[in-house]
Design a protein around this ligand. Structure first.
Ligand SMILES: [Cu+2]
Length: 223
């Protein structure tokens, strides 16, 4: 039996602690992107959620903790629709093991086979929804989106998108997986989305883009 605590530090979002679950030098971390945040008082903001491995529930936070010198296997359930990147540079996968992310597309009925992708052209195609980037580690992962107009019009409307006893999990989405190594020394690493996805804010950079718990957060590395 492993107890995983959610740490609360002041008014910060809670920290989902994956450290006790690491074994054989690796640990699995699961996140979700969502087109809205119906569990908060900002229901129209786009957001990330992180899965609490002890309850299986998605917590509204972007703060998580992992051990140092460990392979982090990340799964992002990408439930939001596409938005073009402002800088094509952010369409490149960097800092992951193998230089790729693996993407499976769920069109509402079936999952496609997972395929490795290293570069997205979000201007040419509806292909990216948000990014997961840790600048301090050189990590940049464009989160693939579903690609068709129809899929983008059938997105999940209640977040988190896999609420129990809900049909939301059947909404079109992607499953993005990738791995990276945490550094040998501990520390706090800020991460963020580089898509200006704050709809309704100046340049798209306000609101969820600049508020911890939505499109930016922290990875605490425990030495
Ligand atoms: Cu974003």
């Amino acid at each position: 039996m492993v107890f995983v605590a959610l740490h609360y530090i002041g008014s910060q979002p809670p920290v989902v602690d994956y450290t006790p679950l690491a074994s054989n030098g690796q640990v699995n971390v699961t996140m979700m992107t969502a087109p809205q945040t119906t569990v908060t008082d900002k229901p129209d903001w786009v957001t990330y959620f992180i899965k609490d491995p002890s309850t299986g529930q998605f917590v509204h936070t972007t703060y998580f903790e992992v051990p140092a010198n460990t392979k982090i296997n990340v799964t992002i359930l990408g439930y939001d629709g596409c938005t073009p990147l402002r800088n094509p540079l952010w369409g490149h996968v960097t800092g992951t093991i193998g230089g790729v992310e693996n993407v499976s597309y769920f069109n509402g009925k079936t999952y496609s086979a997972s395929q490795p992708i290293s570069t997205f052209n979000s201007y040419a195609n509806c292909s990216v929804q948000h990014t997961f980037a840790i600048p301090g580690l050189g990590l940049n992962v464009p989160v693939a989106s579903v690609t068709t107009v129809q899929e983008n019009s059938e997105l999940c409307s209640i977040s988190p998108c896999v609420a129990p006893n809900s049909s939301e999990a059947l909404a079109p989405h992607t499953v993005v997986t990738f791995s990276f190594m945490t550094p040998k020394a501990g520390g706090t690493f800020r991460w963020q989305c580089f898509i200006p996805c704050g709809g309704g804010f100046l340049d798209g950079n306000g609101g969820p883009m600049s508020t911890p718990g939505y499109m930016m957060g922290q990875m605490e590395v425990q030495a």
